[in-house]
Design a binder for this molecule. Structure first.
Ligand code: NDP
Length: 313
């Protein structure tokens, strides 16, 4: 092995709730973990607002503050953070070889906590207008839509949360949902339904985003799935709240993924490659909560520690 390639006991991919919890535990075990912060440092909590269900915060805590606290806690015990992300990995050799945007790292254990990214509808007009009216992050972009009418797509908690947040800026928020029953929790749905600025349109799909030629969104063509009729909705913003895609594509063929691309684990966080562990939203399609991500991050760290001990490191 070349001297210039660094060898680490533990590399953690991702700096959301799962990755940072894994960093706290592995750092306290003196493994000097290296955290590659990834494309979305801090993960989904860093773009959310108030987190009301993380135990220990009776009045709630802002997502970015919670993430910042976790990062400081991990750094205090010696975790190292790097603004870098994985390009490819070879998990067939030991130590594992990780190519990143800044070079190559060898790792005795790898904790994959790369999370999940917002899903898009996939319409060409939607893709063309990202950043010109189309967004997947209300807390990032809501400010630009002051006194305008906007639409949020989705029927889950993300869509409700985005819509409620956007009422701070927008004159009106239309929630467009493709069915007439909701995945959203009762409390969030009721809050959205009771809000005077929110109108919920069920059985509604988006067919096209208007404004591609002008490079500025000016409306939506929507379809009522019951009558099959289409109509134009005059909104200048479109926010997607339709779930997330796991960030695990780069491991396809090396570890097992399910049909939707989530990493398949056994014994909670073990992948089929010994020494490679997965935690958080990249392997959890069922709970997807900050607290469950933190819990599985802790498990991955304890398993990495055990693995290193068993292999004489
Ligand atoms: P969900 O999977 O719960 O909901 C996704 C929604 O998007 C569904 O209504 C789904 O419709 C719709 N959808 C999916 N694909 C498409 C598509 N191609 N076109 C149109 N609509 C589509 O994801 P969320 O991100 O809302 O929530 C994920 C998890 O995170 C949940 O456990 C949730 O409770 C949690 N969460 C909690 C929050 C909080 O407590 N503050 C905030 C945000 C999320 P359909 O129902 O028809 O499948």
């Amino acid at each position: 092995m070349s001297d210039s390639i660094e060898l680490r006991d533990t590399v953690i991919l991702g700096s959301g709730c799962a990755g940072l919890t894994a960093a706290i535990y592995t750092a306290r075990a003196n493994l000097r973990p290296l955290v590659l912060e990834g494309h979305e440092p801090g993960g989904q909590l860093s773009i959310t607002t108030l987190v009301e269900n993380f135990p220990g915060w009776p009045d709630g805590i802002q997502g970015p503050e919670l993430i910042d606290n976790m990062k400081k806690q991990a750094a205090r015990f010696g975790a190292e953070f790097r603004t870098d992300h994985l390009v490819s990995a070879d998990l067939s050799v030991k130590p594992f070889r990780l190519k990143t945007t800044h070079g190559e790292i060898h790792a005795r254990t790898l904790i994959i906590a790369s999370g999940a990214s917002a899903r898009w509808l996939g319409l060409p007009s939607e893709q063309a207008l990202i950043g010109h009216g189309v967004s997947s992050c209300a807390t990032c972009d809501g400010f630009f839509f002051r006194d305008q009418q906007i639409a949020v797509v989705g029927g889950g908690d993300t869509a409700m949360e985005e819509a409620l947040f956007l009422t701070r800026f927008a004159s009106k928020v239309h929630i467009l949902h493709r069915r007439d029953s909701f995945r959203a929790s009762k409390v969030m749905l009721e809050r959205a339904m009771a809000h005077p600025k929110i109108e919920i349109c069920t059985n509604t799909t988006v067919e096209e985003v208007l404004g591609v030629e002008e490079q500025s969104m000016r409306g939506l063509v929507v379809r009522n799935t019951v009558t099959r009729e289409t109509s134009t909705l005059n909104v200048t913003g479109l926010f997607l709240g339709i779930g997330h895609e796991p960030n695990a594509k780069m491991f396809a063929g090396q570890i097992d993924l399910d049909d939707d691309g989530y990493i398949l684990t056994h014994s909670n966080v073990l992948t089929r490659v010994p020494g490679v562990f997965a935690c958080g939203d990249v392997q959890d399609r069922r709970y997807r909560q900050a607290i469950t991500a933190a819990g599985s991050g802790c498990m991955a760290a304890l398993e990495a520690e055990k693995y290193l001990e068993e292999h004489g490191h």
